[in-house]
Design a binder for this molecule. Structure first.
Ligand code: GDP
Length: 311
């Protein structure tokens, strides 16, 4: 996903090689080229500004290293600032002291939530946990079945309303009736099921819409209030460009989340939005998905991603 950006940054930085001493003009010129590369890669403007500001300040400052030549110092600064923009330290999933840990997934339809639920379940199972998937997306007719299918592939059971009891009512026609077809009720009952069957992690899949929608936000907030998640993960398709940032802001304000999952990092879009979400929302990126298979998923490491981008 970051091939073009990576090529651009590598070439800008390699122009500095061989220079004995860098003047302020050299640094300004390099900063300008980095700025253009980031903007062309779709990185959000406030993020570009913060990033460039830091690079200039640090590169012009008195960071003198005996071990590195001036060009290497700039590369080091760019690398460190990229790590910082991506969140600094790796942020691990928080598990509750008193199980079950409740993880709620929120995001637009098509962002990859259901696939992620399966990926996360498999990942947790491989670490010795006993997850339970919970089907609270009762809007899309196939969502429950789709979750059950990924659950089976991950070797993890799915808690879902009985077939036929899935609410067919669209969100805009008001809340679903209380009962098995009500996503809030399903979420609540899943906690009893987790305790009964000794699941130590509960992963709640929620309904998404194609665009940000008040009813969807309210439903997600109601589910959140019913299960008080230890982690609410905002799932975002890295291919949607600048919309990733506006969607993230809408979810932060409407539902709130404790972490971000970037999906579809295997795509060939410009991907700069993925680099912006952390800085814009202030919440860390916990995981990255890079394919349709359940194994195409891992913890997000800001330092590894920065190294990948800088080649
Ligand atoms: P949901 O509507 O948010 O539950 O999204 P889905 O989990 O149904 O995913 C939507 C589509 O994106 C499906 O076709 C998935 O196979 C695909 N998908 C999910 N994650 C990834 C990913 O990391 N990479 C790629 N290439 N496709 C993905």
């Amino acid at each position: 996903m970051f091939d073009t950006l990576s090529d651009r940054l590598t070439s800008v930085l390699s122009n500095l090689r061989g220079k004995g001493k860098l003047t302020d003009a050299d640094i300004d010129a390099t900063a300008r080229e980095i700025r253009v590369a980031l903007l062309e890669a779709d990185v959000a403007l406030p993020v570009v500004r913060a990033f460039i500001g830091q690079i200039k300040e640090r590169a012009k400052g008195a960071e003198v290293s005996q071990a590195l030549n001036p060009a290497q110092q700039v590369v080091k600064i760019v690398n460190e600032e990229l790590v910082e923009i991506l969140g600094g330290e790796t942020r691990r999933l928080r598990l509750a002291k008193n199980p079950p840990t409740v993880i709620m997934l929120a995001g637009l339809q098509g962002s990859g939530k259901t696939t992620l639920a399966g990926k996360l379940a498999l990942w947790l199972r491989k670490q010795g946990h006993a997850p339970l998937l919970v089907a609270c997306d009762l809007q899309r007719p196939n969502a429950v079945t789709q979750l059950q299918v990924v659950g089976e592939r991950a070797g993890v059971p799915t808690f879902a309303p009985e077939p036929g009891n899935v609410s067919p009512a669209p969100l805009s026609e008001g809340p679903a009736p209380q009962g098995v077809g009500d996503p809030v009720d399903v979420a609540r009952r899943s906690l009893d099921e987790a305790k009964r069957a000794q699941h130590d992690v509960v992963i709640v899949d929620t309904a998404g819409r194609l665009g940000v929608d008040e009813e969807m936000m309210r439903q997600a907030a109601d589910i959140r209030d019913a299960v008080t998640p230890d982690e609410t993960l905002f799932v975002v398709d890295a291919m949607i460009g600048q919309d990733a940032v506006t969607t993230a802001e809408a979810f932060r304000d409407g539902v709130g989340f404790s972490g971000v999952v970037l999906t579809k990092l295997d795509g060939d879009a410009r991907g700069g939005a993925a680099l912006s979400v952390r800085h814009v929302t202030g919440e860390p990126i916990l995981f990255a998905s890079n394919g349709e298979k359940l194994e195409d998923f891992d913890t997000f490491h800001p330092d590894r991603m920065a190294s990948r981008i800088l080649g």
